[in-house]
Write a protein that binds this ligand. Structure first.
Ligand SMILES: [Zn+2]
Length: 227
């Protein structure tokens, strides 16, 4: 059996069995039964929504479910580093609700890409998983291949804004300019920290003639544009 065949068997036949033996545990409170229980989901919904309309140009706005802390931070960590890809569904749905409330124009959803080596290592791009959920929920188009991370970059963790900006400079390229010209684009990432990564992506899209560029993230770290 091929590896992908085996993965398919695992996904479709073994998951219900594994759920009986190892039921999912809520990343927020540890309650058994779901990766994000109803109580923790409701508490995320009650978080003060974030709509930052003065981030770094050319990004016109940043929408987030809430501040990157507590349950939201734990959920992003589990999605990104612990293989809990099923969390993309509740987090993406919550973010879609925030975007609907912000009444943004329908936009082309473009996730921040991972470099091929990182993608191979992790097996998935968490931002692409979120983007797909947004696309389904909002009925907006989705293009996970529009941006390419052409250069592997060091982790941004621990770097200040200038360090992060240097680290990601020219790391991204637009794969098809004809798709970008005149389009409203929504960049999707898991967290907005200094904004350096999203800013670098936005610069490339602006160069290729995007009409507007906005960003949607699960969590917003800090409270000012430069944090
Ligand atoms: Zn919970």
């Amino acid at each position: 059996m091929t590896l992908s065949g085996w993965t398919l068997v695992q996904t479709h036949l073994l998951d219900p069995l594994l759920n009986l033996v190892y039921p999912p545990v809520c990343v927020g409170c540890g309650r058994v039964g779901a990766l994000l229980c109803d109580g923790c989901r409701a508490s995320l919904e009650r978080n003060a929504p974030i709509l930052d309309e003065q981030p770094l140009p050319p990004i016109a706005s940043v929408t987030a479910i809430g501040a990157f802390a507590g349950i939201l931070q734990q959920a992003v960590h589990a999605l990104k580093y612990e293989g809990m890809t099923d969390l993309a569904e509740p987090l993406g749905s919550l973010l879609a609700a925030r975007l609907s409330a912000a009444a943004l124009p329908p936009s082309l959803i473009v996730p921040v890409p991972l470099h091929a080596s990182r993608l191979a290592q992790r097996g998935y791009n968490q931002s692409a998983l979120l983007g797909r959920v947004l696309s389904t929920a909002l009925a907006w188009p989705f293009d996970p291949a529009l941006l390419l991370r052409q250069r592997a970059t060091a982790s941004q963790v621990g770097l200040n804004y200038q360090g992060r900006q240097e680290n990601v400079r020219d790391a991204f390229m637009v794969t098809d300019s004809s798709v970008v010209e005149g389009r409203d684009i929504l960049l999707v990432d898991d967290v907005y920290t200094t904004g350096a990564t999203l800013h670098e992506c936005a610069l490339k899209l602006e160069e290729r003639g995007a009409r507007t560029i906005r960003a949607a993230v699960v969590g917003r770290a800090g409270s000012t544009g430069m944090s």
